[in-house]
Design a protein around this ligand. Structure first.
Ligand SMILES: *Cc1c(COP(=O)(O)O)cnc(C)c1O
Length: 453
């Protein structure tokens, strides 16, 4: 299958790359929608067969059936969850990554690609004001990033407790109830306990509330504090400066989850909200969210990468050749070993466009979000839940119950107008826009709001 019939192979490659090219240049993209299992069974038929369908037929099944049953997260009115709207250059370069068979776990095997990924990580570390020694790795997503950082934090705290001979075995994490679902689910994976820090009237974690929570449970029982800069549901940025200060006071690892909102570091109009992030012991941001990279890509950075290496480096005879070298091996900084060089599409797009273009694109999404907030305030039956900090705006339609939101959302998708799901906050069903796609325009916002009159 690999070595025969080069001409047949090249026809298949041409077909597939031709499809990729067309999709990359498509404008507008279709929103599309899910289909039921039995509809897909009927439309696609048997695809895994003894003799194979051949490239043309297999691609046809994908193009005419399967692709149309997947939402385009880069559609300008895909406003649910956190969309993913890569630059064309980043998405195109993902094809190169797939074509190049690069192993991204070690310097020995992937030096050139790892060098480029590290350049992109350096840009992010500089935005956050982390020291020159900071470094990390691109992992699949914020969930894995949050987990890996906290594994490093716990390893560090336990090693220190062991050295001090106190017998302490830190097992707690402090976070607010606005923290991402993965903070709690990965705590379960780690068998760690999450202590909830009450939020202030702006829904933020603050230093004083954190101090009370730590003191109530005993600061020595904590190995990490997880602050968020841009919560997923409402876009809240915690008060990183006062939270970081309390972490330093108690010698507790300060992790900042910026999976969604960390990209706001690039935007001068909101940079002030991130003050204090320079003290983070670890920080994540998902370029597949608001930094225009394709799935799946999370930048994980450590202030002192050697602490992460101590926690994560895998040991085995066949890995000695890697571990005995003084090289930068990305696999040493997170859970997992084999890795795709998933930071390369971001690197390529940054190299092509320059960082000013990122600043401008993110400022544009912020301006559209502020316009949306303005429109919501202006429209009689609508009400903002909270002034947006970043590019998420949550709001309610007065007089609607959960079923109304769902019926409205279903209709928008059925009619291929938009993808805007209900969400809930403190038990109340409402809805939200997450604006991370620079193609989302003021007209798109007006069009969706007009359906809520
Ligand atoms: C999206 C998100 C995560 C999880 O990231 P994945 O890439 O989906 O694993 C974690 N934290 C925050 C704040 C997020 O918005």
């Amino acid at each position: 299958m690999h070595s025969f019939a080069k001409d047949v192979d090249s026809a298949a490659v041409d077909l597939v790359l031709g499809y990729a090219r067309d999709r990359l240049l498509l404008d507008p993209v279709p929103l599309d929608r899910p289909r039921a299992r039995d509809e897909l069974d009927a439309a696609a038929g048997a695809t895994i067969t003894r003799t194979g369908l051949g490239a043309r037929r297999a691609l046809e099944v994908f193009e005419q059936t399967l692709a149309q049953a997947c939402l385009s997260t880069d559609h300008p009115r895909y406003l649910s969850f956190i969309p993913c709207a890569p630059t064309r250059e980043a998405a195109a370069f993902d094809v190169v990554v797939g074509a190049s068979s690069i192993y991204g776990g070690s310097w020995l095997e992937g030096a050139g690609a790892v060098w480029a990924e590290n350049e992109a990580l350096r840009w992010i570390a500089d935005l956050a004001g982390m020291p020159p020694t900071a470094g990390g790795v691109f992992v699949p997503g914020g969930t894995v990033g949050n987990l890996s950082a906290r594994v490093a934090a716990r390893h560090t705290a336990r090693a220190r407790a062991a050295r001090s001979g106190t017998g302490a075995r830190p097992f707690r994490i402090a976070a607010t109830d606005n923290a991402h679902s993965s903070v709690v689910s990965m705590a379960a994976v780690m068998d760690a306990e999450v202590v909830e820090v009450p939020v202030d009237e702006r829904l933020r974690m603050t230093g004083p509330a954190l101090r009370r929570a730590l003191e109530e449970h005993g600061p020595e029982s904590f190995f990490a504090v997880v602050a968020t800069c841009g919560t997923t549901n409402l876009g809240v940025v915690d008060d990183l400066a006062s939270v970081g200060e309390v972490c330093r006071e108690h010698g507790i690892w300060f992790h900042v989850d910026g999976a969604y909102g960390g990209a706001g570091l690039v935007a001068p109009s909101v940079r002030g909200l991130f003050e204090g992030i320079e003290h983070a012991d670890s920080f994540i941001v998902d370029p597949h969210k608001w930094l225009f990279a394709p799935f799946d890509c999370c930048a994980l950075l450590y202030r002192a990468p050697e602490l992460a290496r101590a926690a994560h480096t895998q040991q085995a005879g066949y890995l000695d050749v890697l571990n005995e070298a003084a090289d930068w091996n990305p696999a040493d900084y997170s859970i997992g070993l084999t890795r795709r060089v998933r930071g390369l599409p971001l690197w390529f797009s940054l190299a092509v466009h320059g960082t000013d273009a990122y600043r401008d694109a993110i400022e544009h999404t912020l301006a559209v979000t502020r316009f949306a907030a303005e429109e919501i305030r202006r429209r009689e039956p609508l009400e903002l839940v909270r002034e947006p900090d970043l590019s998420v705006v949550a709001f309610r339609r007065l007089g609607w119950g959960p079923a109304d939101y769902q019926a409205w959302s279903d209709r928008l998708l059925r009619e291929q107008q938009a993808f805007v799901c209900p969400t809930s906050f403190r038990g109340e069903v409402l809805t939200r826009f997450a604006v991370v796609n620079p193609q989302t325009s003021r007209d798109d916002i007006v069009m969706v709001l007009d359906t809520m009159a």
